[in-house]
Design a binder for this molecule. Structure first.
Ligand SMILES: Cc1cc2nc3c(=O)[nH]c(=O)nc-3n(C[C@H](O)[C@H](O)[C@H](O)COP(=O)(O)OP(=O)(O)OC[C@H]3O[C@@H](n4cnc5c(N)ncnc54)[C@H](O)[C@@H]3O)c2cc1C
Length: 454
């Protein structure tokens, strides 16, 4: 065991862990905080790497990248850290390709895709239903949503099967599920899906790149800088890379946090790794059964992200924005692409292979530069987010925010999973993590938890 005693040990140096450390340091600079990170870098599911580009080499994000102006916490953090954003390029025609390789490729310029009159009617009625339901969802307490149990007992697939009239629209909603969550519509609770969309301000706001939407901006120089700057603020000496936590033993007074080489004694532990990885840590005493069940039942999506660099942005020259939405198949594995031309002007497209196709492609021996399969990345094991299976949200929701009984342990992810407010739009995912760890509610959770411990 190391001789030091820490006030707080934080597991994970992604945005959640580093934000929590930053927040605590701002609250009390004297706190002794240690961050243990399994990877050999900070940033977790955000990573920015250099690859060959038209003018030599340039940097792109291979993990989380988009932020939006309604996501006020992440925008404040970006400003506080002296970073800058730039808008997602979306000028020109978009392309829609549904129905397999022989079907027609269509282009359009608005938020609403170019569809046949029947599919357009179907799209409009479904969007109306989704948005009406989203408005009834109580993001902070989903149990207060009218018909919560019924909505939570369905998957997105079963709702769509009941309410969509056309196969083409069903295929498109499958693309939404894959491109936002990395899972098939049959794998996710419909209430969870609604809650996520409601937190973003509605379904279109979740999918679009126009002002106020989820894909509005990117960070110049890459998103990983957020974590690097935060690590700088909390002090690199307090961040131990290559230190995967294997066990957390607690008694009334202390917690012992174990890695393969060391044991750290502390008064409080904050676990910020995603639920499926938090479940792999050995806890003594065991976590309360409600919490245990939660961490074991929040599957993570499967998404591969790729960047294709070019000598010229030929799509712009031909009046296209670079946005392609495609019904994935073995002939066309990706579900969506966007323009990814860098701030320095190096032309590129970014795309995603998600859900079932990602699993199929992941099994292939493909050598590539410019692609990241997050399911194979140690200490991530999938992306972009964890979802909830049917029944979990309504049955286990009360255990989401409660610190564990012994109270030396605070699961950041679970404490604040539902921290997006329904009065103020706050996006989930990257931003949610930021908003989670800085919002009033999260501050309260951390303060209450730590005032008892530190
Ligand atoms: C391809 C991709 C695209 C995405 N796109 C977007 C986007 O455009 N916008 C958006 O808002 N979000 C996006 N996201 C999601 C966003 O990146 C994540 O929600 C966010 O980065 C999660 O931050 P976190 O700190 O909570 O978790 P993580 O980043 O997962 O951090 C957890 C940390 O814990 C570490 N860890 C795990 N287990 C252990 C252990 N046992 N011991 C020690 N350390 C451990 C991990 O290595 C990791 O560093 C995307 C994610 C991916 C991968």
């Amino acid at each position: 065991m190391t001789a030091d005693i820490w006030d707080v040990v934080i597991v994970g140096a992604g945005l959640s862990g580093l934000s929590a450390a930053h927040l605590l340091t701002k609250r009390d600079a004297k706190l002794r905080i240690l961050i243990l990170e399994g990877k050999d870098r900070v940033g977790g599911r955000t990573v920015s790497s250099e690859i060959p580009a038209a003018d030599g080499a340039d940097r792109w994000d291979f993990g989380g990248q988009w932020v939006g102006s309604t996501q006020t916490h992440i925008m404040e953090l970006i400003k506080e850290l002296g970073l800058e954003v730039y808008p997602q390029f979306n000028v020109g025609k978009k392309v829609l390709h549904m129905g397999g390789p022989t079907s027609k490729v269509r282009s359009y310029r608005t938020s609403i895709p170019a569809l046949s009159p029947l599919v357009l009617l179907d799209f409009t009625q479904m969007l109306w239903k989704f948005d009406r339901l989203c408005r009834t969802v109580c993001v902070q307490d989903p149990l207060r949503t009218p018909n919560a149990a019924e909505l939570d007992s369905m998957t997105v697939h079963s709702y769509v099967e009941q309410h969509a009239w056309t196969e083409e629209l069903k295929e498109q909603l499958g693309v939404c599920s894959r491109s936002v969550f990395g899972v098939e519509p049959s794998q996710m609770s419909f209430l969870f899906f609604l809650m996520y969309a409601a937190a973003a301000g509605g379904l279109l706001a979740l999918l679009e790149s126009s002002p106020g939407c989820a894909q509005e901006f990117k960070i110049k120089g890459g998103t990983q800088q957020l974590s690097e700057c935060l690590a700088q603020r909390v002090g690199w000496k307090n961040v131990r890379l290559g230190s995967a936590v294997t066990a957390i033993w607690q008694d009334g007074e202390w917690a012992r946090v174990m890695t393969t080489g060391d044991t750290f004694l502390c008064r409080a532990v904050i676990v910020t790794c995603p639920p499926h990885l938090a479940a792999k840590i050995q806890y003594q005493p065991a976590l309360p059964s409600m919490r245990e069940f939660l961490t074991q039942n929040m599957p993570v999506g499967h998404m591969m992200k790729f960047i294709l660099t070019y000598q010229t942005a030929f799509w712009k020259e031909k009046g296209f924005s670079g946005e392609i939405v495609a019904g994935s198949s073995t002939d066309c594995p990706f579900c969506v692409t966007f323009d990814a031309t860098s701030p320095r002007g190096n032309p590129a497209l970014v795309g995603f292979i998600s859900g079932r196709e990602a699993t199929l492609w992941s099994a292939r021996e493909v050598k590539s530069i410019g692609a990241e399969d997050w399911a194979k990345e140690e200490f991530s094991g999938g992306c972009p987010v964890n979802v909830m299976a049917p029944g979990l949200l309504t049955f286990y929701h009360p255990s989401l925010r409660k610190p564990c009984d012994n109270a030396t342990l605070c699961h950041c992810w679970l404490e604040v999973n539902l921290d997006a407010s329904n009065t103020k739009k706050e996006e989930h995912s990257l931003t949610e993590h930021r908003s989670r760890t800085t919002s009033k509610e999260q501050r309260t959770v951390l303060s209450t938890f730590l005032s008892r411990r530190v």
